[in-house]
Design a protein around this ligand. Structure first.
Ligand code: BDR
Ligand code: CA
Length: 307
């Protein structure tokens, strides 16, 4: 199986991404989960990652708590999307255990250094932990196989007209990651807003009859008054894990991507040079097409294998 680390701020769609990875453990070897502040503060994203592991029957997966705040800006959270505890609709009990010893940044560094082969990193929230790890220990870079991340936007943002939430929250971290020189696969809003389940597919999760399917159904049907202007509940973060499993469901283009770090109205914007006007070397494969129907069909089959 492919060695993988998920860095995350659950978040309903993060939760589904983690479940997908745990359900596909024959193909993905999830070494650990690292958490970051984003949708909600890090104490809650950590508890939520632990709750999701419990749900999947995997209390053995280490969960390391990470950055409490972005590199420079104060933390802004998104309870208006994810609910007060970050997992509205999932209806899960409190975690059965606490986080693993060691800060997420230390865990990333230690695990990458010790890894016998390069590891695929899957950041699903603000990029604070990864940026810190790269700055503290640049020797880990060759141990990063690639970074498949959710962040940015091909068109309009969701947090502001210019910026998607993850990059908006910590644009300085995002700039460090996009400049790090390792291969990046970018799932921005232009791609992930295509990943919206139909009513039938949402009902299909409940019909599986397992606790994981019921939790996903609850998260996908909860009211979302703050909704960021999108219909349905886009499964942004699961696209990242799905790409590792079924790359044939996605397509995109190698592009140069630059992150705006300024504090003004462009903060966190991902400028994507789709037509190569800037003549700069590409630093990311930017995904723009998702076969959503097939994606949800396949995801449902994987979730069916979980408790
Ligand atoms: C991203 O922001 C978070 O709310 C979601 O989990 C996703 O990672 C979408 O903009
Ligand atoms: Ca997320």
């Amino acid at each position: 199986p492919t060695p993988v680390i998920i860095d995350t701020d659950p978040g309903q769609d993060d939760a589904v991404a983690i479940l997908l990875a745990l359900g596909a453990s024959d193909r993905l070897d999830l070494a650990c989960i690292t958490t970051v502040a984003g949708n909600v503060p890090v104490a809650l994203t950590t508890a939520n990652a632990l709750r999701i592991c419990d749900l999947a029957g995997r209390p053995d997966v280490p969960v390391h708590a990470g950055a409490e705040v972005p590199l420079l800006f104060p933390l802004e959270t998104a309870e208006f999307v994810s609910g007060p505890d970050g997992l509205a609709g999932a209806d899960l009990p409190p975690p059965s255990r606490g986080p693993a010893e060691g800060h997420a940044v230390e865990a990333l560094i230690a695990r990458l250094r010790a890894a016998p082969e390069p590891v695929t990193l899957c950041p699903l929230g603000p990029l604070t932990n990864l940026a810190l790890a790269i700055r503290v220990a640049p020797d880990i870079l060759p141990k990063i196989e690639r970074i498949v991340l959710m962040g940015g936007a091909l068109g309009l943002g969701n947090m502001t007209p210019a910026a998607e939430f993850n990059l908006y929250v910590d644009p300085h971290a995002a700039a460090i990651v996009f400049e790090c020189g390792r291969p990046i696969v970018m799932f921005g809003l232009g791609a992930t807003l295509q990943a919206i389940a139909t009513h039938e597919q949402i009902a299909g999760f409940a019909a599986l009859g397992n606790a994981s399917g019921r939790a996903i159904h609850g998260m996908l049907t909860r009211p979302r008054p703050g909704g960021l202007g999108t219909a349905g509940h886009p499964m942004h973060d699961p696209c990242v894990v799905a790409f590792l499993l079924w790359p044939e469901l996605f397509s995109g283009k190698d592009c140069f991507v630059e992150i705006e770090t300024g504090p003004g109205s462009l903060r966190g914007r991902s400028t994507i040079d789709w037509n190569g006007r800037l003549k700069r070397p590409a630093n990311a494969l930017v995904i723009d097409k998702v076969e959503a129907h097939e994606l949800f069909e396949r995801m449902t089959k994987v979730i069916a294998t979980l408790p």
